[in-house]
Each structure stands twice: as C-alpha cells, then as structure tokens.
Design a protein around this ligand. Structure first.
Ligand SMILES: NC(=O)c1ccc[n+]([C@@H]2O[C@H](COP(=O)([O-])OP(=O)(O)OC[C@H]3O[C@@H](n4cnc5c(N)ncnc54)[C@H](OP(=O)(O)O)[C@@H]3O)[C@@H](O)[C@H]2O)c1
Length: 227
C-alpha cells in the first residue's frame, strides 16, 4: 500500500480511517460532500481532498486514480440510492488491482447463514420502515450495494460492524464469518477500532472476498472465545 482513497472521509469512521492511514505513512485522498470539507480541517495539509458526492462516478474516477486501496463508508443516507451508487462508482473506477474495503453493519448477510436474534431482526425491520417513511435513510439500498460488491470479481472485503461506541482503541477487533457465532455475542466495537480493521484489511489478502463480522477484542465474548 502506498496511496489510498477514503470515500466518505468526513464522517466519524472516515476521519478515523484517514488518521490510521496517515499513521501507516500512506498517501491519502479523501472524498466527501463539498459542505463537509471543513470537517477534514485537521488533515488539510496532509491529504488531498476531493469534494463532491461519493456516488458521482466522475468524482470517484479522479479520486481513486493511482490508488492501491480504496476504503468506502457505505452510508445509507437519503432515498436516492446513495450507497449502491457509491459502491458501483468505486467498483467501476478503481484501478484493476486495487484492494477495495467497504463498511456496513451486521444486518448485511452474504450467504444467509447469519443467525440473528428476534430482537435484532425486529429492530432492523422497524428502522428500515421508519427511515423509509421519513425519507431519511435507505437501508435496503445498503443491502443492494453489498449485493453488487459480493457479485463482483474485484479484490473486495466487506467489513460488517457491530454496535459502535466511542473511546480509546482496544486494538484490532476479532471477527467471524457469521453473526450468531459466540465470539461476537457482545455486539460492541469501538469506532476507532472499526476503522483500524478497515485499514488493516487493505494489506491482508486473506480477507479478500470475505465479509467479516467484527467485535471489540476486549469485549467479554471476544475474551471468552478468543482461543
Ligand atoms: N452507527 C452505528 O452504530 C453503526 C453500526 C454498525 C455499522 N455501521 C457502519 O459504519 C459506517 C459508518 O457509520 P456511522 O454511523 O459511524 O457514520 P459516520 O462515520 O458518521 O459516517 C456517515 C457518513 O455518511 C455521510 N452522510 C451523512 N448524512 C448524509 C446525507 N444526508 N447524504 C449523504 N451523505 C451523508 C457522512 O458524510 P458527511 O460528513 O458529508 O455528513 C459520512 O461520510 C457505515 O457503513 C455503517 O453502516 C454503523
């Protein structure tokens, strides 16, 4: 890894990823909405900022040119296929051999073998319905974005985050292929460590074509099942 692009750099997860990437000495290009550029002020003299909608192929084309890795925050905002448009632009425009790492939540399933609690399923259903009703968030479009990624032969990883909290890093999260596996039971990860997992995945070829579900390495379930 020499040069990486962070798509959705101005959000909380995005800014943590920018920081981890800079700490590793990578050259960083950050894409964010024009109005959010000031949120990247602390990095302004160390990264290249590409302002624009992340689902605009022209914006993405310019930003990802020459990047060895692309980290993409799949945000289900709005009702204009923002997530799937962003994923498609990255899949279409990134360099042929680039490592592509996308973020989403546990509700995304790759092979249908995840085991969700009734409470989790009810919450996702309720949030999907409510969010669509107020036309603020399109959870189904994040599902569509991931369907396209899973069908692609690019060198992708989809990192599925548990519930998130702020706080000091606890180190690299642990992961499992399926929600419902005991190691994931604590369902909590520090956001800074979600970002760490995303950035670390860029250089971990064992994660290519995987959709790891992650949990904080200091959580009770991780400690109990780490061996
Ligand atoms: N929040 C959770 O509990 C949770 C749990 C599991 C997984 N995840 C995953 O983690 C990732 C980051 O989520 P997050 O909740 O932590 O949020 P976040 O890091 O703050 O990122 C939100 C992103 O959405 C963009 N955004 C916000 N409002 C928008 C709008 N109206 N139109 C277009 N873009 C908009 C933000 O850009 P601006 O800076 O321009 O606003 C930012 O890039 C997502 O992939 C999510 O699925 C989150």
């Amino acid at each position: 890894m020499r040069k990486v692009c962070v798509v959705g750099a101005s959000g909380k997860l995005g800014r943590y990823m920018v920081k981890h990437a800079l700490d590793r000495g990578y050259e960083v290009v950050g894409v964010c909405r024009e109005r959010s550029v000031p949120k990247l002020a602390e990095f302004a003299d160390r990264i290249t900022i590409a302002p624009g909608p992340t689902n605009d192929p022209e914006v993405i084309q310019q930003a990802v040119a020459g990047c060895d890795g692309v980290l993409t925050v799949l945000a289900p905002w709005g009702v204009r296929q923002y997530s799937s448009g962003t994923a498609q632009a990255v899949l279409d425009c990134a360099d042929a051999d680039a490592r592509l790492v996308f973020s989403c939540g546990w509700h995304i399933t790759r092979d249908g073998l995840d085991q969700y609690s009734w409470r989790f399923k009810a919450t996702v259903r309720l949030v999907t319905w409510l969010a669509r009703a107020v036309r603020a968030v399109e959870i189904d479009d994040q599902v569509e974005a991931c369907r396209r990624i899973f069908a692609s032969d690019r060198r992708w990883t989809v990192v599925r985050g548990s519930d998130l909290e702020e706080g000091e890093s606890q180190g690299l999260p642990v992961w499992s292929r399926h929600v419902g596996d005991p190691i994931l039971a604590s369902n909590l990860t520090r956001r800074v460590d979600f970002a760490l997992f995303m950035v670390t995945a860029l250089a971990d070829d064992t994660l290519i074509h995987e959709a790891p579900a992650i949990v904080g390495r200091q959580t009770a379930s991780a400690l109990a099942h780490a061996t």
